[in-house]
Design a protein around this ligand. Sequence first.
Ligand code: XMP
Length: 512
Amino acid sequence: MALEDQERIIILDFGGQYAQLIARRVREQKVYAEILPFDTPLAEIKARQPRGIIFSGGPATVFVPGAPKCDPGVLALGVPVLGICYGHQLMAYLLGGKVGPAERREYGRTIVTVDEPRGILQDWERQEQCWMSHGVEVDEPPAGFTVLAHTATTPVAAMGDFTRNLYGVQFHPEVVHTPKGELLIRRFLYDICGCTGKWDLGSFAEEAIAAIKEQVGNGQVICALSGGVDSSVAATLVHWAVGDQLTSIFVDHGLLRQGEAEQVVTTFRKRGFKLIHVDARERFLKRLAGVVDPEKKRKIIGEEFIRVFEEEARRLGRVDFLVQGTVYPDVIESGTATAATIKSHHNVGGLPEKMNLKLIEPLRLLFKDEVRRLGEELGLPEEIVWRHPFPGPGLAIRILGEVTAEKLAILRQADAIVTEEVRAAGLYRKVWQAFAVLPDIKSVGVMGDERTYAYTVAVRAVESTDGMTADWVRLPYEVLEKIAARIVGEVPHVNRVVYDITSKPPATIEWE
Ligand code: XMP
């Protein structure tokens, strides 16, 4: 089945980061969901033939001038609509209900009392726990609606019009703190929108491969393969689709982790990839000599990467397409007006437009966890599928100050120990990133009877879902102890190990 024919749920994005989470929850129920800006023209929404529409939450206040509103015609399409939080208030507001400031702001876990366990609330007990976060409330539902639930302070915590199939909930069913939220979403998708749940990654892969075959025809394709999960999965789909018409270029800039270059090359050659391995280590090191400013490092590495890649591409002669591992959050971030602007990292692998190649972006509809699951489905090894994110400029931004061959060797060895021990403790998948940093610090130590004056290594481990915010991981003391003892014992020129216990914000994940 082509994607155009999928059962589709449209999520109108009213701001904040709620829409993405809702989309994931819908997809977890095997229904395809896509996010559109709140002001998407009605005709465009209609043309996509959604089975249902969800209004996301958002930070605005619906009765304040300038608050984001969709075309009210969305509520008259005859398509079921579920409004969540701001979306609930907007639905009430647009249909003539009464919306006003809440007497008391509700925030956090809240008990709702179910008045009518019907529709989206079918099988809910009289009292259920929900997650609330609002300072505005629906005081009276619009005509035709029944109040389905209330709380101690909110008269309309859930409402429904059973004839028009319009529903609103003040709480957030998409978060785990609403235990019956998953059931609610399922009821909406299956009972109310009539979805049957055909969206899964196996069929996605088949469709993607067929689509790539058609798009490429007998054209020639290149990709920059870094070994990161996104570029690896994207390249694998293209490889399955067009085989040797794809040439993958792996640039070893010398700033990779221990054993990484060999691993990437072996993994993909074993899978029959036509792979060019460019050893550009000297070249990058030379360009980085004497450079201490982090942004300058990023710029140099980015530019040099493009230069190397272009040289290789030129050598190939005719090339028509470029594969990129763009994922859905990148698309949403650049595509919708409401999503908060996320910082733009100079990403190595961000290749120049002037190459004039047509893009193949087979992952642009997937979230990171879906990319991982797809990678598993395509048989990629665990080390690739579950690899921690790694910045394009690599170890260069984990070495504070000038990047030298000596410092790279130290950091690589220390970093490998951190990874090994985090893996050995069974924590690798639970951690977003765990790595070593080499600050430009030397301190005094004593080893045997000798005074030493050597480097300090910092260890960083963070939990995160998207890298935007992060918390430091409370690694068990025994794990930290082992890491410290091994680094000082095994890595020459290091006599001290410290653990970074700052979250993001105020710190960032990387030190540079
Ligand atoms: P920060 O340090 O900003 O990092 O908290 C957030 C996430 O982005 C990664 N990162 C980069 N990725 N090029 C990249 O491709 C870069 O220059 C870069 N700087 C940071 C970082 O590893 C973390 O996952």
